[in-house]
Design a protein around this ligand. Structure first.
Ligand code: PAF
Length: 285
């Protein structure tokens, strides 16, 4: 196993990438906030299937946390993360400082309108603006050919695809499948916040989405299925439900009431609170 090189400045990042490019290599990129789990590692492997020089970033982006959210307690483990990334075939790890990403006096942000104000955007109004801004900046630093994002953050993935299309970044965006524990719980760095007892019940979001997907497929009206899913999640001990929605997989707009139209695609998304931990999940129909 070759140890990935760690760089902390844009300048050293770009000189490493220039050297790889001069060897004719295609650059694949996986942006992360660290605290890596198997899902992240699968994204690195996927990048390796689509490019030959793999860069990952570790940057806990303050712009996507609102005051009072978990920025300060977000899990951090750089040495462990770099070891896992190296093992997965990552060549270069970019760990910029806040100043490197947001130079003093920075006032330029990226807003992907409409799609950022739905679903999670209703509950975390700042969130996707922070994500789009940092991802645009990371793309400008890394200039990859291909970038891989997890489907676990489905709304984020669609927003980034739209940003890349609208701004003409010329980067291929690939979605990596959600990694789940044996009981269906989607892997997430925030699962570390769950107590043992909360963890036992946390897969109820996945179970409700799975059942909802089957019910929509057999023609049960979407609004009835959403109501059942909401009931099931709350009955399992989630303290609060932000949303369970059936939406168009690309625009993220709500689907019309009634049975799903023949040939129409649908994505189910949910966000719910288990105690003080907010979990999100999604599933295709
Ligand atoms: O999905 C994440 O970990 C973050 O939102 C991302 C894409 C690395 C931007 O900070």
């Amino acid at each position: 196993m070759q140890q990935a090189v760690i760089v902390r400045t844009r300048e050293s990042l770009q000189s490493q990438i220039a050297a790889a490019r001069s060897d004719g290599k295609q650059v694949g990129f996986v942006p992360t906030m660290g605290a890596l789990h198997d899902g992240h590692i699968s994204l690195v492997r996927k990048a390796g299937e689509n490019a030959d020089f793999i860069v990952a970033s570790i940057f806990v982006n303050p712009a996507q946390f609102a005051p009072g959210e978990d920025l300060d307690r977000y899990p951090r483990n750089e040495a462990g993360d770099v070891a896992r990334l190296s093992e997965a075939g990552c060549n270069l790890v970019y760990c910029p400082s806040v100043e490197e990403m947001y130079p003093e006096g920075s006032i330029t942000n990226v807003r992907v309108e409409e799609m950022s104000d739905l679903l999670d955007g209703i509950y975390r109004p700042h969130f996707f603006y922070g994500v789009a801004t940092v991802v645009a900046r990371l793309f400008i630093h890394v200039k990859p050919d291909v970038a891989v994002f997890g489907e676990k953050d489905y709304q984020q993935l669609q927003i980034i695809k739209r940003m890349v299309r609208d701004l003409g970044f010329g980067i291929e965006i690939i979605g990596g499948k959600t990694w789940r524990d044996n009981d269906g719980l989607a892997q997430s760095s925030r699962n570390a916040y769950l107590s043992e007892e909360e963890r036992q019940r946390a897969n109820a979001v996945f179970s409700a989405l799975h059942r909802a997907s089957c019910r929509i497929r057999i023609g049960v009206p979407v609004e009835d299925v959403m109501k059942e899913a909401r009931g099931a999640i709350l009955a399992a001990g989630f303290s609060k439900l932000d949303y369970v929605s059936a939406v168009d997989p690309v625009t993220l707009q709500d689907l019309p009431d009634g049975p799903l139209e023949q040939g129409r695609d649908c994505r189910l998304l949910a966000a719910a609170w288990m105690g003080s931990t907010r979990l999100i999940d999604n599933l295709g129909v």
